[in-house]
Write a protein that binds this ligand. Structure first.
Ligand code: GLA
Length: 388
């Protein structure tokens, strides 16, 4: 769907538009490494991708918010005085949560007609939710001249997901979708929010996104359970070592106290977080030194840790990664995002892409019965207004 076609759709569906039509694009993201570390105050290294969400909006004088999406058949029309209530249409709660956050920051809302369209596969772990949230926040910020800066857009979008949608997510996705730049990965310290945009020198290599075809439902999955397990670990560790987040523990500090964690499940969760955090630091150095081979092996170690210590992969992601690693020219593969289905990513020699898709596609289908999809990932900038 081109942007011109989207504008036509908007005009056809909303016949009565009155104010200026404005539009924004917000990308999705992949995370190269640093999984389940963000809500632990650790490090992450995501990139924004070319797939994303378009949002077109125009004010109306009817005093209502209208939500349409080309991806979902359900629509909503909500009077402005009812926007504090959750919608029965589940996708609408993402933009609605953001609008509620903006109201708390002084937004004086008028009626608004909105049309969403996204080409991020839904439930694939590529952050379609953060993309919708950040698109909404960025567009309304411009539409109503709120003067909110990017960091605040990130924070309020995450808050919307936690408080309105009910997923205790970290800040990585909203950060990546807002702040990232093309040809860069975002090295973010999720505790201090200090970040660095690290150039991606992947000459001769490609990143392929491998969709298992298994949708994950973040709110209903074990995500919140992992967040709770990490909180439990911190309560325990605090008694012997002064930390507020698992991400503050260095490997050597952890090694000296891990025998005190008697619950073996909790211990494995912490092992993942602490080792993953170190892997992000090592991966950033590898990138800066142009050592793509090392980068690939850190991705492999990350998947192993997510599989055995954090237990968030599942059969399909494991088969995808195992099959990916059998192909000549592949340097690394791992799940990306929350896990429990969704996508893996792999880094491979660009000459191996076609045979990779053929081989892994066939073997994955034979072993799991699901049809995978593959996308060659291009990096992207964070959210941008495209029609002022
Ligand atoms: C989801 C969450 C993120 C992060 C990842 C796991 O994408 O939204 O905040 O926790 O899972 O790394």
């Amino acid at each position: 769907m081109t942007f011109d076609e989207l504008q036509l759709e908007f005009k056809e569906r909303y016949q009565t538009g009155e104010g200026n039509l404005k539009a924004v694009f917000a990308p999705g993201r992949i995370n190269l490494i640093g999984e389940h570390t963000d809500y632990n105050g650790g490090y992450v290294l995501p990139c924004a991708i070319s797939n994303g969400t378009w949002l077109l909006a125009q004010s109306n004088s009817g005093g209502v918010l209208r939500f349409l999406s080309l991806n979902f058949s359900e629509t909503a029309e909500i009077p402005i005085d009812k926007i504090g209530e959750k919608s029965k249409v589940s996708w609408v709660n993402y933009p609605l949560g953001v609008i509620n956050q903006l109201l708390a920051r002084g937004l004086k809302l008028t009626g608004l007609d909105m049309l969403f369209y996204g080409n991020i596969p839904n439930g694939a772990g590529l952050s379609s939710s953060a993309s919708i949230e950040v698109a909404t926040a960025t567009l309304l910020n411009h539409y109503f001249n709120l003067g909110i800066n990017d960091l605040e857009i990130v924070k309020l979008s995450q808050k919307a997901e936690v408080e309105f949608v009910g997923v205790n997510c970290g800040i990585m996705d909203q950060f990546a979708v807002t702040i990232n730049r093309k040809n860069h990965a975002l090295f973010l310290d999720c505790r201090t929010l200090d970040f660095e945009l690290v150039p991606l020198a992947f000459d001769g290599y490609k990143i392929v996104i491998c969709n298992t075809g298994i949708k994950r439902q973040l709110a209903q999955s074990k995500y919140n359970e992992r967040v709770a397990e990490c909180a439990k670990a911190i309560d325990f560790i605090k008694q012997v070592h002064p930390v507020d987040y698992l991400g503050q523990l260095t490997l050597s500090q952890y090694n000296s106290l891990k025998h005190l964690i008697t619950d073996s499940t909790i211990r494995r969760r912490v092992t993942h977080v602490v080792t993953e955090n170190q892997r992000v630091l090592d991966a950033v150095n590898a990138l800066k030194n142009g050592n793509i081979k090392l980068f690939g092996s850190l991705m492999n170690a990350s998947h192993h840790s997510l599989r055995y210590d954090y237990e968030v992969t599942g059969k399909e992601l494991d088969v995808m990664v195992e099959e990916a690693l059998k192909v000549d020219g592949v340097l690394g593969a791992r799940m990306t995002g929350a896990g429990f289905g969704g996508c893996a990513i792999t880094i491979l020699n660009e000459t191996a892409v076609d045979s990779f898709i053929d081989q892994v596609g066939e073997r994955y289908k034979n072993k799991t019965g699901f049809i995978p999809e593959f996308y060659i990932s291009e990096t992207n900038d964070g959210a941008k207004m495209i029609l002022l």
